[in-house]
Design a protein around this ligand. Structure first.
Ligand code: HEM
Ligand SMILES: [Ca+2]
Ligand SMILES: [Ca+2]
Length: 314
């Protein structure tokens, strides 16, 4: 079904065009890589990698991207897909799905910022539904227990090792203060900061985020040491109490996850291999082929107008 040569005959310029659009965007807006990786992951976790996350809300339907858990996804990641789609529609109209564009963009950007390269099989179809109400229960948040996060990944066929490897994505990008503020402001009756945090690090974040309730855009690097580079520094940080999100830091102490944190901290090649392998798995999770989806003309709208009342699928 899915294969790496899917567009070889129908859109031979596909990968080259993607490469050009991605390079332009990443050089002018270096936050694109992290945003696109997160966008892709969130899309895949809800109904598979089918671009359901790109649909915009209309009067009849509150779409997936407007779910609370997806509100912080950056506009530049959406913009990249739109740009790629626009270029591809000129070269080979109606051929390349938005879901395939997202998969290739995430992969190419990981590679561009220093991470591994892996095969992306192609031929995904775009979804025929996108509902904000479908998101909850599928996307983890930082203050969930590790038990809960592990079972969420397991429900997608991803084991603990794969979860730890995929979380290495936090070697790039940002998080808003609201995602970790509970760790630095009145953590408990006896402690201002979360004791699993390096105190100097906590203090720095405390200063950075002082005004976060008013200035809601304030964010911290997920990886304080090498924020723009895809490397294994994330795991080394966890060993030193420099994990930003509570869920990240928890992986360094829980006996189920710690062995993998230690392995990837010691051995970047092991991390890259595990990340690449897990991403290949994520990127084919629940993919739609054939009549189960469509190739959208534009990535933010279904091809036929849907009122939300009746919907016929072929
Ligand atoms: C283990 C459970 C995970 C939790 C609880 C989690 C949670 C979060 C949160 C809260 C943010 C900050 C969002 C913001 O404030 O804008 C974030 C950022 C990010 N996440 Fe995760 N995440 C998890 C796993 C993953 C996975 C598996 C990937 C990809 C494979 C990923 C990729 C990213 C990236 C790249 C960013 C930075 C986004 C940017 O800079 O725009 N995360 N994550
Ligand atoms: Ca999806
Ligand atoms: Ca890094």
């Amino acid at each position: 079904k899915l294969n790496v040569d899917y567009y070889n005959k129908t859109c031979p310029q596909f990968l080259e065009t993607m490469g050009r659009v991605i390079t332009d965007k990443q050089l002018s807006t270096p936050t694109t890589a992290a945003g696109s990786l997160r966008l892709f992951f969130h899309d895949c976790m809800v109904g598979g990698c089918d671009a359901s996350l790109l649909i915009t809300t209309n009067a009849f339907n509150k779409a997936e991207r407007d779910a609370e858990l997806d509100r912080s996804l950056p506009g530049d990641a959406f913009d990249l897909v739109i740009r790629a789609k626009t270029a591809l529609e000129l070269q080979c109209p109606g051929i390349v799905s938005c879901a395939d564009i997202m998969a290739v963009a995430a992969r190419d950007l990981v590679t561009m910022v220093g991470g591994p390269h892996y095969k992306v099989r192609l031929g995904r179809k775009d979804s025929l539904v996108s509902r904000a109400s479908d998101v909850e229960g599928h996307i983890a948040s930082p203050n969930m227990t590790l038990d809960k996060i592990i079972s969420m990944f397991e429900s997608k066929g991803l084991n603990v090792q794969e979860m730890v490897a995929l979380s290495g994505a936090h070697t790039i990008g940002f998080s808003h203060c609201s995602e970790f503020s509970n760790r630095i402001y009145n953590f408990s009756k006896t402690s201002q900061y979360d004791p699993s945090m390096n105190p100097k690090y906590a203090e720095g974040l405390w200063k950075l985020c002082t005004n976060y309730t008013k200035d809601t855009g304030v964010s911290a690097f997920n990886d304080v040491m090498t924020p723009g580079k895809f490397d294994n520094m994330y795991y080394l940080n966890l060993q030193r109490g420099l994990g930003l999100l509570a869920s990240d830091q928890a992986m360094a102490s829980d006996p189920r996850t710690k062995p993998f944190v230690d392995l990837y901290a010691k051995n970047q090649t092991a991390f890259f291999n595990a990340f690449a392998h897990a991403m290949e798995k994520v990127s084919i999770y629940m993919t739609k082929t054939g009549k189960k989806g469509e190739v959208r003309h534009r990535c933010d709208a279904f091809n036929s107008i849907q009122t939300g009342e009746t919907k016929t699928t072929a």
